[in-house]
Write a protein that binds this ligand. Structure first.
Ligand code: PMP
Length: 443
């Protein structure tokens, strides 16, 4: 634990120390200590999908600033809220038609979705439905109920104060968890069976929702599900009137090359919640999207109101920023370009690293992808720190190399030259250094 400043009048309580000072950020680059760095981490936590200082977004914020900074959407009607909802919903979804401004963070959106799910069941007389099933190795935020769904060892100290009505099933990860000789279809069937057995063990009358990230995100390293995984999980949910709630805080709004990541899986959930990529760091904004039938169920309940509220919900400046961000993402050809850039990266890495026997996998969707390596667990922290520092000092590139993978969440605005250069520099260093670290005790 450290205090960021030695000035006793201004001290920031933080668990992070010795951080580099940021001077400015522009386009796909962050400037610090007189140097500029190409950022492949999306601001460190994958939110900066349009980089920084984007003039279209900045001028939208400036126009909004001249009008008003924030008006509580519960008191005043701001037409921008409808414009953003329409942009995000687009025209391609068949059942997801209702947009709810949840708050500022992904965690708030997660909890808003859980509350909406509970309220929709209550309105149909299903008062016992209070259990939520989620998956191992997941993260949905750090407020209490989002935390209760997650599975992070460092956060287990809080477990005793969280809701007991939560249960985990296995994450999806075919390459890691498939049985010998098991086909993708049989694996997906087994996952669906596990969910069904878990619902049966709790009692279907008690289970409200099943929550999962569409791809296993940054923590596990961008693992897409096998072909029919989500369809089969959704079928189980439908059978027992359990709502499927997808978390696209990390992989939503175009970052995978489709607007919603679940479009790859040819399903629509009952809820999807989004956050960090919605205003892309130009504001703080999160939302839940759901179906007409969930909306109607809640609207027909005696009090006809969602029991969720925060002061800066639909924050007007953030909404104005998000409109500009989402207009760029919704513009013709943009998603196709994200898909192409993801391909350029992944194919480039496959080519440069094809003979590196320490590479386990290169996988992901669009510009949410990871390289997994086989460095032993005891060396992973050391390697991650070494590699991040090496790329930063020698090549002025910022990468996220924690644990067993190098995870890429760059701005979607990266150019093909930046991609080519990044691929060859990162591959060069991986080919040089992975062998050393992969043999325990060699470094
Ligand atoms: N869900 C996922 C998949 C996330 O990656 C995150 C943030 N890393 C969250 C939820 C929580 O979002 P926030 O930090 O904005 O609360």
């Amino acid at each position: 634990m450290a205090l960021k400043s030695t000035n006793p009048l201004f001290r920031v309580f933080t668990s992070y120390s010795n951080l580099p000072r940021v001077e400015k950020a522009e386009g796909n680059y962050i400037y610090s200590e007189g140097k500029r760095f190409l950022d492949l981490t999306g601001g460190g936590t994958s939110y900066a999908i349009l980089g920084w200082n984007n003039e279209e977004v900045n001028s939208a914020i400036r126009r909004q600033l001249a009008k008003f900074t924030h008006m509580d959407y519960k008191i005043w009607d701001d037409p921008n809220t409808l414009e953003l909802a329409e942009l995000v919903l687009g025209s391609g979804l068949s059942s997801l038609k209702k947009f709810y401004f949840a708050g500022n963070s992904g965690a708030e959106a997660c909890e808003a979705a859980m509350k909406m799910c509970r309220q929709a069941h209550l309105s149909k007389g299903q008062s016992r439905k209070k259990w939520f099933i989620s998956r191992k190795q997941s993260y949905h935020g750090s407020t209490a109920d989002a935390l209760a769904l997650g599975d992070r060892p460092n956060l287990e100290i809080f477990r005793d104060m969280l809701s007991p009505y939560r249960k985990h099933v296995e994450m999806h990860h075919f390459k890691k968890l498939a049985l010998v000789g098991e086909s993708e279809e049989a694996y997906a069937d087994r996952c669906a069976r596990e969910l069904e057995e878990t619902i049966a063990a709790i009692g279907p009358e008690n289970v409200a929702g099943f929550v999962g990230e569409t791809i296993m995100g940054g923590l596990v390293g961008d693992v897409p599900p096998v072909g029919n995984y989500w369809r089969k999980m959704k079928d189980v949910c439908n059978k027992y009137d359990v709502h499927l709630i997808l978390d696209e805080v990390y992989c939503g709004t175009g970052s995978t090359g489709k607007y919603f990541c679940f479009e790859y899986d040819l399903i629509e959930p009952d809820f999807v919640f989004i956050g960090k990529t919605l205003a892309a760091g130009y504001g703080a904004l999160s939302a839940v999207i759901t179906t007409d039938s969930i909306y109607d169920a809640i609207a027909s309940s005696p009090d006809a109101r969602l029991q969720h509220t925060t002061t800066h919900q639909a924050h007007s400046l953030s909404v104005s920023a998000a409109i500009a961000v989402q207009r760029i993402i919704r513009a013709d050809g943009f998603l196709g370009s994200v898909h192409e850039k993801g391909k350029l990266f992944q194919e480039g890495f496959s080519e440069h690293l094809h003979s590196n026997s320490y590479i386990v996998d290169i996988r992901g969707r669009g510009l949410r992808f990871s390289i997994e390596h086989s460095i032993p667990v005891v060396k992973q922290i050391e390697f991650g720190q070494f590699f991040e520092k090496l790329m930063r000092q020698e090549h002025s590139i910022l990468v996220n190399a924690k644990w067993h993978r190098i995870c890429f969440t760059p701005p979607l605005t990266l150019t093909s030259t930046e991609i080519d250069e990044s691929v060859s520099k990162i591959s060069y260093e991986l080919n040089r250094h992975l062998p050393q670290f992969a043999s325990i005790g060699a470094v």
